[in-house]
Design a protein around this ligand. Structure first.
Ligand SMILES: O=C(O)CCC(=O)C(=O)O
Length: 309
């Protein structure tokens, strides 16, 4: 019996996952489950899994109460933009389902990613100490830290991509931490990973480099140069990608406290939020590296909407 809200047994789907208008069919054998890791196995074993699989899903790595408390804090601020129903508990992060004052919500989001509270959330001692160990030195957290919310019943979905495309101006020894801020069942559209794609990402990047030899240094590192698709994505068609690379999308029911680390070459995406309980998906994605490796200076500022990175 699958532990997921989406039952992977053919013919018995609880919900079809959708991204960019395409259905990720349960029946096509192109879906699998992300494999969880108990953080207590130790950093060397975690590093080994990360190298082998391109990701490691650390279960309950952070204190769930801290994560849920932060969820409540974020939504208590976004409430001013009409995101959650008046009088509802911000920790639930229910969707008001009304038309948002987008300008106001965007302004609040930009304040939140500049807040001391968010800095503190990302610099929790457990995470900071672990990243030092994981990166075998002093870890550096890129200042450009992204926080995303996705309302149910919208078509918002992150197209398939790998992160190095956006961070080519420094080392490739980067590690992304994707942190669900609150329980994120699979129907809420958390991250999905293309199994084994860290090897595919390496090949794609080599090809992009070869094709970019005649570009200026600035253009070469741009995610939006002439060799890239619009937005730097690999594709918006997730089912086609699984077919093309003869692999599967790995999906998961994430819980508050989980942290997923992924390689800068690992292809990932998200599906749309179809939460039956009307919950907003909230997450952050932040990037670490060893401070002694070359740092992409373009990421040295806070995230701004439309900063073209
Ligand atoms: O949360 C998302 O939808 C995208 C996150 C992402 O692309 C990342 O963690 O690198």
């Amino acid at each position: 019996m699958s532990s997921l809200a989406v039952d992977l047994r053919p013919g018995q789907p609880a919900v079809d996952l959708v991204a960019n208008g395409k259905i990720l069919s349960m029946a096509a054998n192109r879906l699998g489950e992300l494999v969880p890791t108990d953080p207590s196995i130790g950093v060397a074993a975690i590093r080994g899994l990360y190298r082998e699989n391109g990701y490691v899903w650390l279960k309950r790595f952070l204190d769930p109460d801290v994560v849920n408390g932060f969820r409540g804090w974020v939504f208590s601020h976004l409430a001013r933009g009409g995101l959650i129903p008046v009088g509802s508990d911000p920790i639930l992060g229910l969707s008001a389902g009304t038309v948002l004052d987008k300008g106001q919500v965007d302004r609040i989001l930009m304040s939140l990613v500049r807040s001391v509270a968010f800095e503190g959330f990302c610099a929790q001692p457990r995470l900071a100490q672990f990243m030092d160990e994981f990166l075998s030195g002093i870890s550096y957290l890129h200042k450009r830290k992204i926080m995303r919310f996705t309302q149910p019943n919208t078509t918002t979905a992150t197209p398939a991509h790998y992160d190095l495309v956006y961070l080519r101006g420094g080392t490739n020894r980067l590690v992304t931490a994707w942190i669900p801020i609150g329980d994120t069942s699979v129907d809420m559209g958390g991250l999905v990973y293309l199994e084994g794609s860290h090897a595919i990402g390496v090949r794609m990047e080599e090809e992009f480099s070869r094709n970019s030899l005649d570009l200026s240094a600035e253009e070469r590192i741009s995610a939006f140069n002439r060799n890239m698709t619009e937005g730097g994505w690999v594709s918006k068609d997730l089912p086609e990608m699984a077919e093309r690379f003869d692999t599967r999308w790995l999906i998961a029911d994430y819980e508050a406290g989980d942290v997923v680390l992924h390689s800068p070459y690992m292809i990932h995406a998200s599906t749309t939020n179809q939460s039956a309980s009307n919950r907003i998906r909230l997450s952050t994605d932040i990037r670490y590296q060893n401070v002694d490796d070359e740092i992409d200076a373009r990421w040295g500022n806070h995230w701004s909407l439309g900063d073209m990175l």
